[in-house]
Design a protein around this ligand. Structure first.
Ligand code: ADP
Ligand code: MG
Length: 205
């Protein structure tokens, strides 16, 4: 296919890692450089996916078994891709998503023990071969992130050992796909994280 395609960037990491903060800064920088930028988030990012989001971020921590949760996430993700991400990319715009499928791999796979190959099958079934052009994993000690995170919703309440598994999962994801996934030390001042991300953008895109 030779149709014009935009650039797809995702930010990943635990709660309070600084994803939302950095996405706003990256958006500003890209817009200053004359790019058209769409920011979005998961779970959510489209009307249908935002409705599913409520089922995921609210309520009892054990309300879903991991497979049900993964299917809800991928149902939301498919809608998000179809309604928001793919159309923007087709228009040639830059899309920055606050979380994408690496979060399902980290949370439901490494965190909750669901088979990584099942998650990969679900991914292909739901969104085909769509992959981010570059993914930033904002890494920092669990306690630092949870201290930064203001709201205490369902995922935040899952406990330190769970969030430790999550962190190790994200590190494994970065190691497995070094061409796409870039690890960023998020335990430094906002400006330093911003500079690290911008440097990688300039080097890779
Ligand atoms: N590098 C940083 N150092 C210190 N505090 C930060 C940093 N990045 C973000 N914060 C603060 O931590 C909190 C969580 O940041 P946020 O961007 O919302 O994280 P996330 O979206 O990953 O959960 C916010 O109050 C934010 O201002
Ligand atoms: Mg956020």
């Amino acid at each position: 296919m030779t149709s014009k395609r935009g650039i797809f960037i995702t930010l990943e990491g635990g709660e309070g890692a600084g994803k939302t903060t950095q996405i706003q800064r990256l958006k500003n920088k890209l817009e200053s450089a004359g790019k058209k930028v769409v920011t979005t988030r998961e779970p959510g990012g489209s009307a249908g996916a935002e409705a599913i989001r409520k089922l995921l971020v609210e309520g009892d921590t054990h309300r879903w078994d991991p497979m049900t949760e993964a299917m809800l996430l991928y149902a939301a993700r498919r809608d998000h891709v179809e309604k928001s991400v793919a159309p923007a990319l087709a228009r040639g715009e830059w899309v920055i998503s606050d979380r994408f499928y690496d979060s399902s791999t980290a949370y439901q796979g490494y965190g909750q023990g669901l088979s990584l190959s099942i998650l990969d099958e679900l991914r292909k079934l739901s969104i085909g071969d769509l992959k981010p052009d570059v993914t930033f994993i904002l890494d920092l000690p669990v306690e630092v992130g949870l201290k930064r995170a203001a709201v205490e919703q369902r995922y935040e309440r899952m406990g330190i050992p769970f969030h430790e598994k999550l962190r190790q999962g994200f590190l494994a994801i970065a190691k497995a796909e070094p061409a796409r996934v870039k690890l960023v030390d998020a335990n430094q001042p906002v400006e330093a994280v911003e500079t690290a991300i911008w440097k990688i953008i300039q080097e890779t895109l």
